[in-house]
Design a binder for this molecule. Structure first.
Ligand code: PLP
Length: 402
């Protein structure tokens, strides 16, 4: 008998748990599953710009050794230059850590920070790796509410009410997964002010910072708070559609002195993993310095824009379903009106949907939403595929009861 480490007892990652296992079983039985459960662009034919892939291919032969533990210098310089361009002061290549995706850096940034019982403010709903990683590192994720009626902006009163003497950090996910919200400047300034007054480290996940619709403007939190230590994360998986390369970054901005010991810890962890995957790091300067423009995908006639629009329209035509129209990212997060659809267990609902319609979506409570009344639909699929999928959802909801 080999048992699981007790530190995993509270780690939840339900969006890839029982639902995905059931999908695999159905596939093994020969069923074809329509999967709109993962923000993974390439399988939907949304592939990286040629120039980026070619740069990586051309660099493979030179990528045989370990790199600097933080990552190769040209990539860290490209990240520093990127933040300089968008108004973040003073980030140099030395302040940048590269990782095997933002995922690795999320875990590292929390491992270096948390003692048992330390609290981290995390949005609800969230990208659930954040909550899971806080638990994995011995901390406690304390969720602050984001309000659908405020375009899913965080409820800053609720944020304030969650602070205790154990709170060490606040996580901001903007643009947000799963809601698609792009936070207003005012909201961000308030969140940063809360961090300032309570001495919280700001961890801001901005992996969707360039995926914006309808003129939405993204404000980089670090640019709004040059006086605060801020760790900003981004990467190649979404904007540059290279999720499989596992390539992301973390940039430290603001005063270093108050977090010097923490940064030593981060460096220790970076050293312990030797370095991130070297070939994939070469994608970073090619993408960030290369003047690659993704605006064609984001305006009318572009794939992401058209898919978002059509998906949103079809979802909101289903009786008892409404949906915030996402201003950023790759997800629709429709609400099932509890007066019409009385759902008690939303994980059971997505499993029932899977079994009846062979459609794989994600349930809202998997994103640490307290109520069982939301679903997440990835809109990376082409319009005809989205029409098929949302048609199946409508058929299912027309008769579904719990
Ligand atoms: N952060 C957010 C908000 C995400 O949505 C995702 C992936 O969906 C990640 C981080 C993980 O990114 P990466 O592929 O760089 O590990």
């Amino acid at each position: 008998m080999v048992s699981q480490a007790s530190r995993l007892a509270d780690v939840r990652y339900d969006i890839r748990g029982p639902v995905l296992r059931r999908a695999r079983q159905l596939e093994a039985e020969g069923h074809q599953i329509l999967k709109l459960n993962l923000g993974n662009p390439a399988p939907f034919g949304m592939v990286a710009p040629d120039a980026v892939v070619q740069q990586v291919a051309a660099s493979v032969a030179d990528s045989q050794g370990y790199s600097d533990a933080r990552g190769i210098a040209p990539a860290r310089e490209a990240v520093a230059a990127y933040y300089d361009r968008i108004g973040v002061e003073g980030v140099t290549a030395d302040d940048v850590f590269l990782g095997n995706g933002v995922s690795e850096l999320i875990v590292m940034s929390l491992q270096a920070l948390l003692n048992p019982g330390d609290e981290v403010l995390v949005p609800s709903p969230d990208y659930p790796l954040w909550t899971g990683a806080v638990s994995l590192c011995g901390g406690r994720a304390v969720h602050y509410r984001c309000r659908e009626d405020l375009g899913w902006n965080p409820d800053t009163e609720h944020v304030r009410a969650q602070i205790s003497d154990r709170t060490k950090a606040i996580v901001i996910i903007n643009p947000n997964n799963p809601t698609g919200a792009v936070y207003s400047r005012e909201t961000l300034i308030e969140l940063l002010d809360i961090a300032r007054r309570n001495n919280l480290l700001v961890l801001t996940d901005e992996i969707y910072d360039q995926i914006l619709y309808d003129g939405a403007q993204h404000h980089c939190a670090a640019a709004l708070a040059p006086d605060l230590p801020v760790l900003t994360m981004g990467g190649m998986s979404k904007t540059y559609r290279l999720a499989g390369f596992r390539s992301g970054w973390l940039a430290v901005s603001g005063p270093k002195e108050p977090i010097a010991e923490y940064l030593d810890g981060l460096e220790l962890l970076a050293n312990m993993r030797l370095c991130p995957n070297v070939p994939a790091q070469h994608a970073i300067p090619a993408a960030l310095d290369g003047g690659i423009d993704i605006s064609g995908l984001l305006r009318p006639g572009g794939r992401l824009y058209d898919q978002r629009d059509r998906g949103w329209q079809l979802l909101t035509e289903i009786p008892g379903v409404d949906c915030y129209k996402p201003a950023g990212a790759l997800y629709l997060f429709p609400r099932l009106d509890p007066e019409v659809h009385k759902i008690v267990d939303d994980q059971k609902m997505v499993i029932d949907l899977l079994e009846q319609q062979y459609l794989l979506l994600s349930h809202g409570t998997g994103f640490n939403l307290p109520s069982a009344d939301h679903l997440r639909v990835v809109f990376l699929a082409s319009v005809p595929v989205l029409e098929d999928a949302i048609g199946r959802l409508a058929t299912f909801l027309a008769t579904y009861k719990q």
